[in-house]
Design a protein around this ligand. Structure first.
Ligand SMILES: [Zn+2]
Ligand SMILES: [Zn+2]
Length: 1275
């Protein structure tokens, strides 16, 4: 042999180093072992040493290799390229495993050494002196165990999670470094045909002599681990018949057999005894310590005669399901959808390539991009090693489920305990390995606890996937998914009730032995029913998206208007009526039912409550069923589940429809916007995960000087870790200064004391831009600040607590009595909320007792020090002016109770406080003319919500597009009129005007909602009507949500069907706002009729197809017909002027539709026609005496036929024309049919006509008699 080259010498030195360090073998034996290894390497490499390769120890492999790699000792570059190329077949986008040049030598072993004890778990490992690593082999021989082997071809797959080790995939059979010794003896065997009767006999098991059984391996059960004992079953079939027997292998040293056994191969197993299983009594052969597994070899066995008594018994043939032949050509066509009945799953075999890991925790893998393999029903002891994308698997006897779940896109192959999943080829792709977590796998735990079938399981997995995706960023996987019985995690709290509803009579727990051994196959995958998921819990962004979609589904602008009304509307009116509408959705509006989940947070940016998940936020309004406002500050940061809610989609349309005739032409819709929010009752909330006591944990001391300092330094202070986390939820953008709080050296004292101060809110004002200055980080300009303020009454003195946990139950109130001497006004303060403290807006309500908690603080004067103007002795003597206290960002607000809920013993305090609460009036009180006072508070139900032009901006404007405020979806010159009544159906209604600028903070103002309005300004119109406006100090809170039947707004025209019949003398116009009433009356005279054709844009007269406005010229091409008339009616108890509009004019004049059309067409050429009659002088209408149309109208009005009885539906005209007011009370004569009588008349009423009906003679007679009867009771 030639002298080794320098390179070879160097290589050999390294090899020696390696052998010394890593090669297993007794001390001092390394040279021998190395020699053997080198011999192997030389023979593999055709005599040469692989100098391009270097040895690697297990430990170096685990610690140095971070990405998957492979090594092939003898391959050429081309061989490797071809191998890699073939591996990419199924997944061309994935890269092949990178090649390394490493030599791996080690021992294959079937257990890990732990505390001097060998732990056998059925897995195989490769070990050397430096470490041990799990390995997977496609082919295994028992003789390799504990022998030193060289691995010519292998891949190393590190785990994705760096903390744990990866594993080896052995691509080619290892080469034994030392040649093995073989010894085979002739052994007596029994064949399954003769052995089977032993198992079926009823004779109790006795200790029999050990038996040897030979047969063909027909089924190999999975490795199972029950109560820390690992075992598996195998089934040997007689060579000549279908008879087969089960063999239980449970000796630790024999678990490695599982890797050796191949289906269809013939084996001999020695040393078997019989045993019956405890639970089911089924009998099986069991291996003993001395049992051996030998390949069956006819020359080496002789049949063992069994006792002749067993011989005579008939043998039953196995009734295992006959599997369809192994086929890659799976029937993928979906079966015909029959009626929803239970389906039988087919048992098939399949070979496919893993193309994606769908969910490793749930045991779901995608094969060939089209079939889902579910391993959940099969305990995957091997941690899914080898099941990487690119690997080829053979599935034997798996269940084929065509469509277990409506929403699941794949056909499912479910492996049960009698299936076999065999790895056929390792992946050649550089795809990572994700091990399933064996402990705390909620999917699998619920699967076994509820014994779920495949459809429910897949649904459960999809729910859990979404849940985890949405919320693990808030609470962490562990807390979310923990599944201990004592303390179920959020996911379990969410899922278990759903499962319980689905499997009310859940089947008995699975009997795995029966599943494996029973002759008739029995498992949870045999039958299935396609599941239509009963509910869904999608991400909030998906919820908003679907809600918006639904809100526009089938929407057309004409739905929002009644055609009768719309045809007389000018452009501005028309488009304004379309500008704002809403629709409401409930859980059941979605298919399937939609469950809302979200973390409750409060935004200091919008001062609104929100539900949040990873995808989005959804503003929410929470009410309480008892009518008290929602103030539960402890709920912030909790994960909530709501199933009973109203999802409101407000629709904002920017349109430029010239007139109603164009409503179908959607080109005129310029912009569509929506805003979505949800409202629900606190009582309907289920807390899945309570927020950690926001202040209760980890507070550190911080004295007031630090607060001061921060203010000066323009630093936004925040709390340390736990609170900071909560705050992060509240305002994701503001965590720049997170950690500065307690790191700045203030934490030295290390205590968790805090200071609290109790107060009562006596007045809360609305949110608006105010001229306060917020200390700003970026020193930006002096913009107006969003802020709100509240007047409060301090109760007691500030208190020091050693820990927030210890804050007691209102001790301040116990000793208020002794403080009683203190002037109440001295204790009053004006709290100013700006910046982050705006988040308390939804929680702070009048008449609530709250406590400020200043964390990390021991200075009892912290509140006084921050007051401005600063507390000075001179100032304290001026009680009229309350001190202003800016609420600090770090302070925590805690709601304690309501003043009305204080218990008896704290009554003393209540006495002091009584009279402080603001008076809530009733709507009739506010409407009453004797009411004085300008700020009013009252509650009522919204009857109607209409968008109108702001009073200041009533002049028609040519531009339809109006400027908007930032963040506001309504044009800023709009305002909303809310008609509010005492109770549903009550005639007493008050109107409230809110300008658009305030509206962006007001959620939930929907018809049907009961609202408490506070501090509205009461105003009186020039028609002496009382109304209210929302001003800066106003505030609303929602007492109750609209009843669900009101949530589908009826068409605007659909009013109450039959209004009540009244008398004119009963109406008291200043108190009432009759939405609709009816009288039987006599039309005594038509005072005026005015017909016109007006420009839809500028309301000028439209004549011959053109607008008549000249300076500036109007571009409009659309005219709108309008008509109005005033008529005088009387009903014997009173007289009224009725204003009729549009189509009611025709009805009043008794014109048929064609007659009315013809009349209006005549007006189009004239622009306008008017007549006046009787008392109606000075109304400003100019008659043209010569006009034919005017003549016709005049003769019509003067005809005695026009004076007739009618049924009139009306509402009170709240803007009556003054000129029509007659002299006060007088006596007048009336005629009613044949009867004539005299009556005392009150002042004439002004009514608005809503409908006119002719009265038939019979009806008239009846109504008259009724009327006379009721009138006489009046007189
Ligand atoms: Zn099965
Ligand atoms: Zn015009």
């Amino acid at each position: 042999m030639a002298a080794p080259s320098a390179a070879e010498q160097r290589w050999l030195r390294e090899a020696q180093d390696f052998a010394h360090r890593a090669l297993p073998g007794s001390e001092g034996q390394e040279p021998v072992a190395l020699e053997a290894v080198l011999r192997c390497l030389r023979s593999a490499g055709g005599g040469a040493l692989p100098l391009g390769y270097s040895f690697i120890s297990i430990s170096d492999l685990q610690h140095q290799q971070r990405i998957p790699c492979c090594s092939h000792l003898t391959w050429s570059t081309n061989e490797f390229k071809e191998w890699a190329h073939q591996g990419q077949g199924a997944l061309p986008t994935q890269t092949a495993l990178p090649r390394t040049y490493l030599i791996l030598v080690g021992c294959i072993t079937d257990g890990r050494q732990e505390n001097k004890e060998k732990l056998v778990d059925g897995c195989l490992y490769v070990k050397d002196n430096t470490g041990i690593i799990p390995c997977e082999l496609l082919h295994f021989e028992l003789e390799w165990l504990e022998s030193l082997v060289l691995f010519p071809s292998w891949s190393y797959i590190p785990q994705t999670d760096q903390s744990a080790a990866g594993y080896l995939e052995i691509l080619e059979d290892p080469v034994l470094v030392n040649t093995p010794k073989k010894a085979l003896h002739s052994i007596p065997v029994a064949y399954p045909t003769s052995a089977e009767p032993l198992l079926t006999s009823r004779i109790p098991c006795r200790r029999r002599s050990k038996l040897t059984v030979a047969g063909e391996l027909i089924r190999l059960g999975p490795l199972l681990c029950v109560r820390h004992k690992t075992f598996f079953f195998l089934f040997l079939k007689c060579f000549a018949s279908a008879v087969c027997v089960p063999v239980l292998v449970q000796e630790p040293s024999q678990l490695a057999w599982h890797h050796v056994l191949h289906l269809g191969h013939r084996y001999t197993i020695t040393g078997l005894s019989m045993s019956s299983l405890k639970k089911s009594g089924q009998k099986t052969f069991v291996t003993g310590v001395s049992s051996c597994l030998l390949p069956y070899c006819a020359e080496h066995v002789r049949e063992q005669p069994l006792n002749s008594t067993w011989r005579g018994e008939s043998t039953q043939s196995s009734s295992l399901e006959t599997a369809e032949q192994l086929s890659g050509s799976l029937e993928l066509g979906v079966e015909e959808e029959g009626p929803r009945s239970t389906r039988e799953s087919k048992i098939i075999s399949y070979v496919g390539v893993v193309t994606k890991i769908l969910n490793v925790q749930a045991g779901l893998f995608l094969l060939d991009n089209q079939v889902c393999l579910c391993l959940a029903y099969l305990p995957v002891l091997k941690s899914a090693r080898g099941l990487r994308p690119g690997a080829c698997v053979e599935l034997i006897d798996v269940h084929l489920l065509q469509k277990p779940l409506v929403s699941f896109p794949f056909i499912v192959l479910g492996a049960c305990l009698s299936s076999a999943v065999v790895l056929k080829r390792f992946s050649r792709l550089s795809t990572p390995y994700q091990p399933p977590s064996s402990s705390g796998n909620l999917c699998l735990q619920l699967l076994f606890r509820y014994n779920l079938g495949m459809p429910l399981y897949l649904w459960l997995v999809s729910l859990l996937e979404t849940f985890e995706e949405r919320f693990s960023c808030f609470f962490g996987h562990r807390r979310l998914l923990s599944c201990t019985h004592q303390n179920p995690g959020a996911a379990e709290k969410f899922l278990v009730p759903l499962l319980q509803a689905m499997v009310p009579d859940r089947e008995k727990a699975r009997d795995i032995y029966k599943e494996i051994l029973a002759k008739v196959h029995h498992c949870p995958l045999q039958k299935y029913l396609t599941l239509d998921p009963p509910c869904q819990a999608p991400s909030l962004s998906a919820v908003c998206h679907v809600a918006q979609q639904k809100s526009w589904e089938g929407f057309s602008p004409s739905q929002l208007l009644s055609p009768l009304e719309a045809q007389h509307m000018g452009t501005q009116d028309l488009n304004r009526r379309l500008a704002w509408s809403y629709c409401t959705l409930s859980a059941g509006s979605f298919q399937p039912r939609l469950i809302l989940l979200g973390v409750l947070r409060v935004s200091s940016r919008s001062s609104s409550l929100q539900l949040q998940d990873k995808s989005s936020t959804l503003p929410c309004v929470i009410s309480q069923k008892d009518g008290s406002p929602f103030a539960n500050t402890a709920l912030i940061g909790s994960l909530l589940q709501v199933e009973n809610y109203q999802l409101v989609v407000e629709r904002f349309l920017q349109t430029d429809f010239p007139s109603w005739e164009h409503l179908e032409n959607l080109e005129h819709v310029r912009e569509k916007k929506t805003s979505v929010y949800v409202q629900f009752y606190f009582e309907d909330v289920q807390v899945l995960h309570a927020a950690e006591g926001q202040l209760q944990k980890g507070l550190r001391s911080e004295n007031s000087t630090s607060l001061r300092k921060k203010k000066d330094d323009n630093v936004t202070p925040e709390l340390d870790a736990p609170e900071a986390k909560v705050l992060k939820l509240e305002d994701p953008k503001s965590d720049t200064h997170r950690d500065e709080n307690c790191q700045g050296g203030h934490s030295s004292t290390g205590t968790s004391s805090c200071v609290s101060h109790l107060f009562l809110v006596t007045q809360k004002e609305g949110l608006m831009l105010r001229n306060y200055q917020l200390p700003k980080e970026d020193g930006e300009g002096q913009e107006l600040q969003h802020s709100f303020q509240a007047t409060v009454l301090w109760l007691g003195r500030p208190r020091l607590w050693s820990h927030p946990r210890e804050i007691g139950n209102l001790p301040e109130l116990e000793d208020t009595s002794c403080d009683r001497e203190e002037s109440v006004t001295q204790q009053e303060a004006l709290l100013l909320f700006m910046g982050k403290s705006l988040r308390w807006f939804p929680f702070l309500h009048q008449d609530g007792l709250y406590r400020f908690i200043v964390p990390c603080c021991s200075d009892l004067e912290v509140f006084d020090k921050l007051c401005f103007p600063p507390v000075s002795a001179t100032f304290l003597t001026r009680p009229s002016c309350p001190l202003c206290l800016p609420v600090q960002d770090t302070w925590h607000l805690q709601h304690e109770t309501w003043i009305s809920c204080l218990p008896e013993r704290q009554l003393a305090a209540r006495m002091v406080l009584t009279g402080m609460d603001q008076r809530i009036f009733s709507i009739p009180e506010v409407l009453s003319s004797s009411f004085t006072g300008s700020l009013v508070s009252f509650s009522g139900e919204i009857v109607e919500r209409t968008l109108c032009a702001s009073p200041k901006n009533e002049k028609p404007s040519v531009t339809v597009r109006l400027p908007r405020q930032k963040g506001n979806l309504l044009a800023s010159d709009h305002s909303v009129k809310l008609s509010v009544s005492v109770a549903p159906g009550s005639p007493v209604v008050i109107d409230i005007y809110i300008t658009a600028t305030y509206l962006q903070h007001l959620w939930g103002l929907l018809p049907g909602a009961k609202i408490l309005f506070q501090n509205l300004e009461r105003k009186i119109s020039r028609f002496r009507n009382v109304y209210c406006t929302y001003i800066a100090c106003s505030c609303v809170s929602i007492i109750s949500l609209p009843a669900s039947h009101l949530l589908f707004p009826s068409s605007p025209a659909g009013e109450a069907s039959s209004p009540s019949l009244v008398f004119l003398s009963n109406l008291r116009p200043h108190l009432q706002n009759l939405p609709r009433a009816r009288i039987l009356c006599h039309l005594s005279c038509v005072l005026t009729v005015y017909l016109q054709w007006v420009c839809s844009l500028c309301s000028s007269i439209f004549k011959e197809g053109r607008c008549t406005r000249h300076s500036p010229p109007c571009p409009s091409h659309t005219g709108v017909r309008q008509a109005s008339a005033r008529v005088l009616v009387e009903d014997g108890t009173g007289e009224a002027v009725v204003l009729c509009r549009n189509e009611h004019v025709a009805a009043m004049l008794g014109l048929s539709l064609p007659e009315w059309e013809a009349l209006q067409n005549c007006v189009q050429s004239r622009g306008s026609v008017s007549i006046q009659h009787g008392e109606a002088t000075g109304t400003g209408c100019l008659e043209e005496p010569g006009d034919i149309v005017a003549c016709y109208l005049r003769s019509l009005c003067r005809s005695p036929l026009i004076c007739r009885p009618i049924l009139l539906d009306f509402s009170l005209d709240r803007k009556p024309s003054k000129i029509l007011q007659p002299a006060p009370a007088q006596l007048r004569n009336f005629r009613c049919g044949e009867v004539e009588f005299v009556s005392q008349m009150g002042p004439r009423l002004s009514l608005l006509c809503l409908n006119v009906e002719e009265v038939e003679q019979d009806a008239l007679r009846y109504l008259n008699s009724e009327r006379i009867r009721r009138t006489s009771s009046y007189c």
